[in-house]
Write a protein that binds this ligand. Structure first.
Ligand code: URP
Ligand code: ZN
Ligand code: ZN
Length: 464
């Protein structure tokens, strides 16, 4: 059995900060050794002096190789999981997509076939339900048995993924009381579609119109409605990729009523803003849904505050990368044809480290919580994932807080031709990344393999 000793670092979990050496045996953490203990012999010693030793991060929301309109997101499981690992993320949860008229189980099996044997890090799945009907509701039992314990529904994208309130309720009734979680993409799709049609009709075709036709109030409205549907049915609900302060308010209010309501935001909603879409067609690089918001309206401030005080529990990425040339450009004359989504998977964890270290947005422990521990608990992976403890998977990210890193398409590992964080310099640099006892990244060198990642059969929501 292989042995690695991480020596001299400061171990940071969601609840503790301690000077300890970490002994890894095989795929697991075997011991945390405080000062004064005899150090065991190890085949490989990693000197972590002056470094933070964090749990490998858990990205609860990625989209590798998914179709969006006429394009397919550029990162495959192979390239996307490798890029994730470069940034300290050792687990992703991605999405099989059941399209209209399709079988849920077939979509699960198809995505499993794409990811298995092609992923550098461990992966699980949330199931997208694009067609709520008798068959898909029956097939929920099958994917549940396979460890898919969360399901994404949309009040956006009419005609594609959109579900009516009654369809949302049917899934919530199924999920209620069985420990699973309903994920909601909360935007009022039909109101937004009207605004989009009207914008195109008056010749408003540039990327900025994408954002202006998806008002924050319509995100708040959909969050309000679906939270009430969840309350009515007793289901646990997790609102994904929150961009608007109205949604934060809805979640905070529901949580203060004691309801199992959870929320996720993403680095793009914290660090990027509406004005970036107003750069002519270059603005297409920033088209995602919900859209980037205007800081003057207080959205970013509300999101940061909610992460610090636990009104929001998770930062994920919604990683869904499209090249600017050839993919985003599909919408050069019509913003509705720009594929939605941004490349983020590599940078989420470093951005959160920067937020804690350089900006003091929250403590390092809270940073670990929102980046690793809370998503692991919410999606039934804790303590296998999301912490450093005896018996946990040896998933670790070692960060040098004295180093810095400048983000750029020229140096990133995502398979996409631009960076939406181009030129941003971060405090702290991910130096070494370990997944299940295997060193993936060290000293700027890739030592991982496309077949290392394993499917994670997930348990139930551990906050319920
Ligand atoms: O713009 C986005 N968010 N693209 C990915 C699909 C989704 O809605 O999560
Ligand atoms: Zn979504
Ligand atoms: Zn998404």
């Amino acid at each position: 059995m292989s042995r690695i000793l991480i020596k001299g670092g400061t171990v940071v979990t969601a609840t503790e900060t301690m000077r300890a050496d970490v002994l890894i045996e095989g795929e697991k953490v075997a011991a945390l050794l405080r000062e004064g203990f005899d150090l065991p012999e190890a085949a490989e010693v990693i000197d972590a002096s002056g470094r933070f030793v964090f749990p490998g991060a858990v990205d609860a929301h990625t989209h590798m190789e998914i179709p969006f309109g006429a394009a397919t997101s550029k990162d495959t499981f192979e390239t996307g999981t490798r890029a994730a690992a470069w940034g300290g993320t050792t687990t992703i949860i991605d999405f099989p997509i059941q399209m209209k008229g399709d079988s849920l189980l077939r979509s699960f099996e198809e995505t499993m076939a794409k990811a298995s044997g092609s992923s550098a890090i461990d992966f699980g799945f949330h199931q997208i339900i694009g067609d709520v009907n008798e068959q898909s509701l029956a097939e929920l039992e099958d994917v549940f048995a396979e460890g898919v314990t969360s399901y994404k529904l949309f009040t956006a994208y009419p005609g594609v993924y959109y579900s009516t309130d009654a369809e949302v309720m049917q899934v919530m009734q199924w999920a209620s009381g069985n420990g699973s979680t309903v994920l909601m993409h909360a935007e009022n799709g039909s109101a937004i579609d009207l605004l989009r049609e009207q914008a195109i009709a008056r010749g408003d075709t540039a990327p900025l119109a994408h954002a202006l036709t998806r008002p924050a109030a319509m995100e708040g409205e959909a969050a309000h409605r679906t939270i009430l549907l969840a309350e009515l049915t007793g289901a646990a609900i997790y609102i994904v990729h929150i961009s608007a302060k109205q949604v934060v308010d809805e979640i905070a209010a529901a949580r203060s009523r004691g309801k199992p309501v959870f929320g996720e935001t993403c680095p793009q909603y914290l660090y990027l803003e509406l004005s970036m879409l107003d750069r002519g067609f270059e603005g297409a690089k920033f088209v995602c849904s919900p859209p980037l918001r205007d800081p003057a309206e207080g959205h970013q401030h509300a999101l940061w505050q909610a992460l610090a005080n636990n009104d929001l529990q998770v930062v994920a990425t919604d990683h869904c990368p499209f090249d600017f040339e050839g993919q985003k450009t599909l919408g050069r004359d019509d913003f509705t044809k720009i594929p939605n989504g941004l490349p983020v998977v590599e940078h989420r964890f470093p951005l959160m480290v920067h937020a804690a270290l350089a900006e003091g947005r929250f403590t390092l422990n809270r940073m670990v919580d929102i980046s690793a521990t809370a998503p692991a608990k919410l999606f039934g992976l804790y303590p296998q994932k999301g912490t450093i403890a005896v018996g946990s998977d040896a998933d670790i990210a070692i960060v040098d807080p004295e180093a810095s890193d400048t983000l750029s398409a020229a140096t990133h590992h995502m398979n996409v031709d631009y960076s939406c964080f181009e030129g941003m310099t971060l405090t702290g640099k991910v130096e070494t990344v370990i997944s299940r006892g295997r060193v993936l990244v060290t000293d700027g060198e890739w030592r991982g393999s496309r077949t290392h990642g394993r499917y994670l059969k997930r348990g139930l929501n551990q906050f319920l």
